[in-house]
Each structure stands twice: as structure tokens, then as C-alpha cells.
Design a protein around this ligand. Sequence first.
Ligand SMILES: C[S@@+](CC[C@H](N)C(=O)[O-])C[C@H]1O[C@@H](n2cnc3c(N)ncnc32)[C@H](O)[C@@H]1O
Length: 400
Amino acid sequence: MTRAVHDDPIAGFYERHPYPPPVDDLSAVRVLDVEGRRTAHHLVWPRRPVPDEPTLLVAGCGTSQAARHAARNPRARVVGIDVSTTSIDHTRRLIEQHDLSNLEVHQLPIENVAELHESFDHIVCTGVLHHLADPPSALAALRGALAPGGALTLMVYAQYGRAGIYVMQEYCRRLGVAPTSTELADLVATLRELPVGHPLDHVLRNSRDIHDDDALADALLNPRDRAYTVPELLALLDAAGLRFGRWERQAPYRPDCGSISETPHASRIAELPVDEQYAAVELFRGTIARHTVIAFADDDPPTDTLDFSGADADAWVPIVVPTAIAVEERLPPGAAAALLNRAHAFTDLVMFADRAELDLFRSIDGTRPIRDLGPGALRFVERLWNHDLVVIDASVGSTS
Ligand SMILES: C[S@@+](CC[C@H](N)C(=O)[O-])C[C@H]1O[C@@H](n2cnc3c(N)ncnc32)[C@H](O)[C@@H]1O
């Protein structure tokens, strides 16, 4: 099995074109403080208390992803695996340079993760699965490495938003463009002349890949990549014995967030089963280029879902996410602020707040439960949560 994966063209490709572009210095990585760890944890597990020493597997870690996680969270025990020697060597250099005693790396295919004989609280696998020969079995292998209650953060390419990438991949295939530096320079020069309105236009505008040869090769000359629609991704999770938990950022998939909520179709979409809602909103947006989902083993009880109409909801503590901001200029009449998450790729995902709501937003300090925030707080916090502006600490009184 290991041999077969090492012979895979994908492994050879990433030896020659390591991703992300290697860096030598992690000093810009901010170490998470107590609040930062709490916020990151409760995004995934609202109801579980923050563990002292979480275990994290970064599956297909590339040149620096595992090192970044280890640097960001020195209390976590981090394991990185990848098939590419270049990625493993680079990560080992970062371990030495930054004294990352909480990180170990192994040259190991995801498909063979059971050889670690270990299970993890959290598995992160981003930008990898869509390059594999058999994504369902790789995903099932990762599921087998989840500790009880463990979560998987998975990022895969999204089909509709990558339409332009696939147009240009086909173009490159027809011309036989090779991933050499001369050919890549010619390709960049050609891309600069793409007609306005070309389906790759918006992808290039939102991407730094064109400025880096390896990243450009990764996007346009990759020997294997596929993409998933929402229903395909949900079916993939299901086939691997995983249960959908949430989107890492959920507002782009919701009919009650952003410009779709203003349309005559919003209420019609809201009547659909929730999976169908996500599928419809993906089609409405048209340019979602990647999906990041948080999933759990399907035999774990779904203890980490949030029901804002439940009896315990007003005891929950909201925490404002670090990328949330309140903009107080260029507002429509009656609004005191536009609340938005700077990490959203879509600019329509704004929540307008009147003066009382803005005061309520400002009173969220990560310690006060919803019931202490004043009248109307529960409904308002639910909207903030839908818009990815807060996470919820519902672990108060939890025994799990
Ligand atoms: C696009 S890079 C993503 C790197 C990293 N996850 C990130 O987001 O920065 C894909 C990585 O997956 C690795 N990879 C490909 N096939 C793999 C496999 N079967 N098992 C483990 N890693 C694999 C490649 O070597 C490469 O480093």
C-alpha cells in the first residue's frame, strides 16, 4: 500500500512543487493566548471544555502547516504526515529552527495513518483529499484515527467556483504546458492577457498563486484534482462514516445571511431540508471555490450541536471571533454599524445593527452569559452566530 502511494504521480509532483511555498521564518505566527485557544476550540466543540493538551494530526501537512499549528498552540501535541520528502524535510527544518518540541512528522500516506497507532482529538486535512486516487478510502482512514468525540476539519475544492481553473487546466493540457520555470513564465504572461470576464478572472483576482511558480503549477498543472459540489461532499462524508458538524464558516451557505436573504427565494430555500439549503445557496453564490467542513464520527452522539430554542441556551457564553469588526461608516439609514467577519470571502455577508444592537454586541466580553446581555439578546446572538461573528461556549456546567 505504501509503495503504491509513493509511486503515485501526486507524490512526485509535490516533491518538485512543494506547497505552500516554503518559508524559513515562523516568527509572524501568533501564539494563541487562553482566549484564542478557547475561541478556536468552541468553534468546533461548543459544549466540551477546552482540553489542557489536545492532540492534533495534520494530514498532508505540506511544507509548513503542521509547524504553524505547533507554533500557534504550544500546548497541543501535533503530528504531521505527508508523502513528500520535500515537505517533511522542510517541516523538520522548521522544528529545529523554532524549537517545536510539540511537533513530530512522519513520511506517511494518509491511507496508512493507522500505522501511527494513535488517535487524535482533532484532525486537519486541507487541500489534500481532492488530489488522491481514492478520496473515500483516505477519508475513512482518517475517521479511524479520530479519538472519541474527535473532529475532522476538511477542506476540499468546490466545483462551481473553480470552473475557470478547470477551463485553464484543459487549455494547458491541450498545449502540453510543462511545469518548468520557462513554461510557467510564459503561462503567467498569457494569463495576464485573459479576456475580461473569463471564468478564471475572479479566481486570479482573489489568489496569490499567479505570483509563485509552485502555487501556479499546483493550481493549473496538477496531475490530479477534482472538486465537490455540496451534495457530493456530504455524500463523501457519509460514505466514510462521518457526520456533518458545521461549515467552518457557515454564513456563505445560509439563506438568511447576505444578499440572498433579501430575495423572494430566501423563505422558499429556508423551507427545504438543511442539506438542500446549503446546495441551493452554493448554486446562488456560484463562486465558492473551496469547502471547509467540520465533521465527527457518525457513531459519536451529536452532543455538539446548538439549539438556540433549547432550555439551556440563555446560559451560553458568546465569544466574539477575532476577525469580527463593526464598521460605522457608509451605512444605510437606521443602522449604527455593519458587523462583518473580515475572513469571509463574500462582501455581502454583513449584519446591520441598530444602536441598541451595537451596544449589545460591544457588551459581549467572553464571560457574560446571554441572559445577562439584556432583552432580545438570545435572538441577536443567534444571528451573530449564523453570521460567523461569535462562537458559543456552551460548556458551562458540562460534564463531558
Ligand atoms: C496542496 S498541498 C496542501 C498542504 C497543506 N495541507 C496546506 O493546506 O498547506 C497537498 C499536500 O498533500 C500531500 N499529499 C498528497 N498525497 C498524499 C497522501 N496520499 N498522503 C499524505 N499526503 C499527501 C502532498 O505531498 C502535499 O504536501
